[in-house]
Design a protein around this ligand. Structure first.
Ligand code: ATP
Ligand code: MG
Length: 368
């Protein structure tokens, strides 16, 4: 799919902005703190309904204003899609898709598909497990709204369970704990199974891409490190979860927190059996991150029939020429949004048909 138009009112530093977008390549050039990432952020919002930079919607509203508006129009293979988001300070945001108000904001998912690649994503491999869980969660949420829903439920149940653990006294609470355990296991198992499926798909895709980037030199292996010993059978998995909760109960009560469950999952990343999370060189870790991200694009395409749009925020200058080259070749069917402070860094790009936007203090001017 691709995006055709973007409109912002009182969003971050934009008082008012309307842009026609290029079907293939959009480049936003400008000095630091001028508003490049803000545009990328707005596009991301139209896909997931939330920012990748903050969980506080209020921060997205222009200083000293109390409302903000985003509209993104996109073209899919067989249909148009229009997403509008209205943010009002201290109120729940309101979202419309194709002019219809959503009763639940999570219904925004599955309309506009976006993959973002930022300098933080380049650190996906060397960061802690939470970043890799976020990688799984964002993609799964986007493609499968019920996953997002389950994840939210799981986190709420977890908070309740932890609260109870902190206040464990007597039999009453033991009974209550069993009730929460049931719920935690029920939803938790759904999350585990989706993640297992996700990793199973992303593994061969990323391996193939990684072999191409490294000229067949490296074999990438991505594995699901499930905190609950994974078995394919749902009932057995539930039993396993239950067993592990029971075994951890003493520690959980002592620490006042739940120490087992999918909130402790991770991804293993290996090259020729070596754990790249700990032993990879910086370059290897970056290349693995790139392979995973590109695999993610193929996965979205496979699941939805549409290529997602790719947001490359400040990332090109961090890749060497070979990797830039590979990226551009691999992405010829994908609409790109690239931000950069220095356009000369993008020498590998074919700029013939690109739109180049110059961003200066929230003013955006297209030079071609
Ligand atoms: N709610 C807001 N209201 C007004 N201005 C804001 C708001 N939030 C952020 N800004 C301003 O937006 C600017 C940052 O924009 P952005 O992050 O898009 O910069 P950038 O062009 O991507 O810069 P860099 O190259 O450093 O990444 C800052 O000047 C910041 O003060
Ligand atoms: Mg930026």
């Amino acid at each position: 799919m691709y995006l055709k138009r973007l409109k912002l009112i009182n969003f971050r530093n934009y008082k008012e902005l309307e842009l026609d977008l290029n079907e293939k390549l959009n480049i936003f050039v400008g000095n630091n703190a001028q508003g490049k990432t803000n545009i990328v952020e707005a596009i991301y919002m139209s896909s997931l309904g939330k920012s990748f930079r903050t969980s506080k919607d209020k921060e997205l509203i222009m200083f000293n204003r109390n409302q903000s508006y985003i509209k993104v129009e996109g073209q899919k293979k067989y249909s148009n899609v229009e997403v509008e988001i209205k943010l009002v300070a201290n109120k729940k945001k309101r979202i419309k898709v194709n002019k219809l108000s959503l009763s639940k904001n999570s219904e925004i998912l599955n309309n506009i598909y976006v993959v973002i690649f930022s300098p933080e994503d380049l650190r996906l491999i060397k960061e802690g497990p939470s970043e890799r869980r976020k990688f799984m969660d964002n993609e799964l949420s986007q493609m499968k709204p019920y996953y997002f829903h389950n994840l939210n439920s799981y986190n709420k149940i977890l908070i309740q369970r932890n609260h109870l653990l902190k206040n464990m006294r007597g039999k009453d609470n033991e009974f209550m704990l069993e009730v929460w355990d049931e719920k935690l296991i029920d939803v938790g198992v759904k999350i585990i199974e989706e993640r297992a499926r996700f990793v199973k798909r992303i593994t061969p895709l990323s391996r193939l891409i990684h072999r191409k980037i490294t000229n067949n030199r490296e074999n990438l292996e991505v594995t699901y490190l499930s905190n609950i010993d994974y078995v394919e059978d749902t009932n057995k998995l539930k039993d396993m979860f239950k067993k592990q909760l029971k075994e951890a109960l003493k520690i959980d009560i002592k620490r006042g927190t739940t120490t087992v469950g999918p909130h402790r999952d991770d991804l293993g990343v290996f090259i020729d059996k070596i754990d790249i999370r700990s032993f990879g060189s910086q370059g290897q870790q970056r290349t693995c991150a790139l392979s995973l991200k590109l695999a993610e694009i193929e996965l979205v395409k496979g699941e939805t029939g549409e290529y997602p749009v790719l947001l490359l925020d400040d990332v090109m200058s961090e890749l060497d020429i070979n990797r830039q080259n590979f990226l551009i070749k691999a992405l010829k069917d994908v609409q790109l949004f690239i931000t950069t402070t220095e356009i000369n860094n993008l020498e590998e790009l074919n700029m013939d048909e690109a739109f180049i936007f110059h961003v200066e203090n929230a003013q955006v001017n297209r030079s071609r």
